[in-house]
Design a protein around this ligand. Structure first.
Ligand SMILES: Cc1cc2nc3c(=O)[nH]c(=O)nc-3n(C[C@H](O)[C@H](O)[C@H](O)COP(=O)(O)O)c2cc1C
Length: 216
């Protein structure tokens, strides 16, 4: 065998090795993609103690900071709702319900308050859509927040917790705006909840790429 053909064989072998170690080409699932595939929404009512430790929560917010951020303006912030603040959040939910429905009865108001007690970790995600850095449109800022949230959801999942997002009409109530100090140009988007899953649910059927991908 000539030295050229030996060299050619070596190159082919190296190329094959690269292909078989590429999980997408080889058909295997990369652990990171596997993690994404198995993530699912867990409602806060199915999230119980133990929740993430302070160290883990710090890591989740660090994951949020990895979100793409056009213009590096960090167009979002989070407000944690610790155990001591849950009664205040409950009162805000009850006030929000009264704002929407002056005839809300004691049972509805109690249910509204109880929602504040769900999930060991809870934080409100707020988008900053103010006029500063007007060159970065609102859509891009919301994408950045969505990426931050997804990083946190995936991080929580990687740590073995369940996690979910919750929004609702109360987010835009006077009571919530006041409690969280939401300023003009800010938008309360949703809560993120993280905890131990008390009761698992099967993941939903996912859309197939052929249904949302086309080519030019
Ligand atoms: C901004 C945002 C707000 C959401 N708010 C709620 C909510 O109020 N209640 C709820 O059950 N799910 C909420 N979700 C979660 C979706 O319902 C959930 O992602 C969807 O059912 C698909 O489930 P999956 O996350 O397991 O794919 C929200 C999701 C997003 C992105």
């Amino acid at each position: 065998m000539t030295s050229e053909s030996m060299e050619l064989r070596r190159e082919i072998a190296q190329g094959e090795a690269r292909l078989t170690s590429d999980p997408l080409v080889a058909g295997a699932v990369h652990p990171c993609l596997d993690l994404m595939r198995s993530r699912r929404q867990t409602s806060p009512k199915r999230l119980v103690d133990p929740g993430p430790s302070e160290k883990q929560i710090h890591a989740l917010f660090e994951a949020a900071a990895q979100a793409p951020d056009h213009g590096r303006i960090r167009p979002w912030r989070f407000v944690r709702v610790g155990a001591a603040a849950r009664p205040d959040l409950g009162e805000a939910f009850a006030s929000a319900l009264r704002e929407r429905d002056a005839l809300a009865g004691p049972t509805q108001l109690r249910d509204a308050r109880d929602k504040a007690l769900r999930s060991p970790f809870l934080a409100l995600a707020i988008a900053r859509l103010d006029d500063a850095h007007a060159e970065i449109p609102a859509a891009e800022r919301c994408v950045s927040l969505g990426c931050a949230l997804q990083n946190m959801l995936l991080g929580a999942h990687a740590l073995g917790y369940g996690a979910g997002l919750v929004s609702g009409q109360a987010l835009h109530s006077r009571a919530l705006l006041d409690l969280f100090g939401i300023e003009a140009g800010e938008l309360a988007v949703c809560f993120i909840a993280v905890g131990t899953v008390s009761q698992d649910k099967p993941t939903r059927a996912r859309p197939a790429p052929r249904d949302f991908v086309s080519s030019l």
